[in-house]
Design a protein around this ligand. Structure first.
Ligand code: PSU
Ligand code: MN
Length: 306
């Protein structure tokens, strides 16, 4: 595969310098800001998480598309632009050429962010929830490109699992098929984003950022191209009440079906429904989860940079 040209992918100055020096860098996605969180919280979260990364002594690289240019290490004004303007599209890997040819602004999904981060030489990334297999995928074939992209993108990715808007069991099966290692961070249970335990078990766990770095090194030594997924659960005391969570989820799924929502609109639609139905409670959990993943990602970035 060819490397992207310098004209197609721009590196922020600070990020470029850190990568050249071998200093730790943490990649962050932007679809969570453009399509996952309501305004004005999206911008607050975008700036806050960069600050959190800096406080850990790591350089943040928020990734997104500005005027068609995939940018690894957005500036503050660019993050602000993506968070506050309407004509911002959701960009997965397949959309990168379209966004470039049409000079669009875009928030990059986990797939596109990981794809760009890896090509820029960044080894660790944090997100909130991963995309996965949608419910009813055996009929619709709706499976996030996050999964297939991560199969060929050797990065370490911290998430809180996938949200229960998806088919979690099927997602874990696909991760297995795609040869993507998944480990729990200090847990043997696969987290369910809003809840600490999705109901599914994990075979392996790690206990520290150093363990994550050792796992990434082992993957590299074997020449595997797959991402390593670190599943980091929300603190149980801060999770969404599981019964409340289940009823809200049922309503959101019914609303999507009534509205005839499909394709790449599905994830943003369901997330918005859940946020409305919980009166902001899910949003608070979401932010808590995201902060936890950003903080752990920063520690792992330091361990990986050794
Ligand atoms: N899951 C979440 N929040 C999100 C997303 C997923 O809990 O914001 C976003 C991520 O950017 C993810 C994308 O990569 O949605 C997946 O969308 P799709 O299913 O269309 O691939
Ligand atoms: Mn999809």
């Amino acid at each position: 595969m060819q490397s992207p040209s310098a004209a197609a992918v721009r590196l922020g100055d600070e990020v470029a310098a850190a990568i050249a020096d071998g200093r730790p860098v943490l990649a962050l996605e932007s679809t969570i800001l453009t399509h996952g969180l309501p305004r004005p919280r999206n911008l607050e979260v975008g700036l806050e998480s960069e600050e959190l990364v800096r406080q850990a002594g790591v350089v943040p690289a928020t990734i997104g598309v500005i005027d068609g240019v995939a940018t690894v290490g957005l500036g503050t004004a660019e993050i602000e632009r993506l968070c506050t303007t309407d004509a911002v599209v959701k960009v997965s890997v397949r959309d990168l050429p379209i966004a470039r040819a049409k000079c669009l602004d875009g928030g990059t999904t986990v797939a596109a962010t990981a794809w760009l981060a890896h090509r820029a030489g960044i080894r660790v990334m944090s997100t909130g929830g991963l995309g996965g297999v949608h419910r009813g995928a055996s009929e619709t074939f709706d499976e996030s490109a996050d999964l297939t992209t991560l199969a060929t993108t050797p990065i370490t990715l911290v998430s809180a699992g996938v949200k229960s808007i998806l088919d979690i069991g099927a997602t874990l099966e696909r991760l297995e098929t795609l040869n993507i290692p998944v480990v729990g961070y200090r847990t043997n249970r696969y987290p369910g984003f809003y809840v600490a335990d999705s109901g599914f078990a994990l075979d392996y766990r790690i206990e520290s950022p150093a363990d994550a770095a050792a796992l990434a090194r082992a993957r590299d030594e074997l020449g595997s191209a797959a991402a390593v997924l670190v599943a980091n659960p929300v603190d149980e005391a801060k999770q969404l009440d599981p019964a409340f969570h289940d009823s809200v989820l049922a309503e959101a799924l019914a609303a999507a079906s009534d509205a005839g929502i499909s394709g790449h609109e599905t994830t943003p639609f369901l997330l918005d429904q859940v946020q409305r139905a919980t009166g902001g409670r899910s949003l608070e959990v979401n932010l808590e989860v995201y902060r936890g993943n950003v903080a752990l990602g920063a520690e792992i970035a330091r361990a990986v940079a050794g």
